[in-house]
Design a protein. Sequence first.
Length: 319
Amino acid sequence: MPTALVTGAAGVMGARLTARLRKAGWQVRALVLPGDPLRSRVEALGCDVREGDVSDAATLTGICDGVDLVYHLAAVIISHDPTVFTRVNRDGTAYLVAEARRAGVPHFVYVSSASVVYPRRTRYAESKLEAESIVQASGLGYTIVRPTLVYEQGGGQELMMFLAYLRRFPLVPFIGAGRALKRPVWSEDIVDGLVRLAGAPVALGKTYNFSGAEAVSMLELAKLLLQYHDRPRPFLHLPVWLCRALAALLSLVMKRPPLTSSAIAGIVNDANLDPSQAMTDLGYAPLGVRAGFSRCFSSAAESAALSLRDSQLAKGQVR
């Protein structure tokens, strides 16, 4: 059997990828953080579970020995300490690439981010772009994938943080006009695309956009999220310059400010990446956001509707 190494294997995406690879007949070496409480996700799949930290090169010794394919998913997406992005996302990738080169791994798949195309990149986006350059210059057979905004039932992290923000206010303060275009992507579509890279020589040396099939504006996305998880509510659009000034001020007086330049970048920058090359080369077939939300969140919408009706009944507003 061929062997794949999956870093970040205890995460939701990593565990799903591991399960799909095992089903496809791959042996999987799953890299998890030391003492990770979620390691049981992959232990149950019959994997070779190894503990290590990509930001600590000493813990990676031998991790790629006998490996045919590396999937490098491990990363930090959100942190109030910008040095973490450099240490984990950039340097951690460099350490893993060095180990993969030493072991002669034929194919290295790096999971990057759509944010690398932002005209004003965040520290996170810079770290991912620097890591892409490291992979491209490695001499390894590589593939880079750039997922857009990920969603699933109960996740992903950035989308759920956005939803929590939307639900916090009866009148939602919204950064800018909400015209930035995104292509939200269902997590299952990303996993399917990653599995399709296994044994696909056409993918070597390529960068693919793993995005959804449909572009929507941030304002449309906000309304869709509220439709499926809560109730419609009005928006108060704030000038972007004012939000940036406030974020800069808060960063001077707070260690964990409620508004950051990274959050603003995620709202105002387009991430409308075209997935057509992945569709042509790999048979990647993502859902549009409306079809995906209907599949993932319909139960949540029904629960919210029932809760609203129960509340109205209790108040005598409906019969």
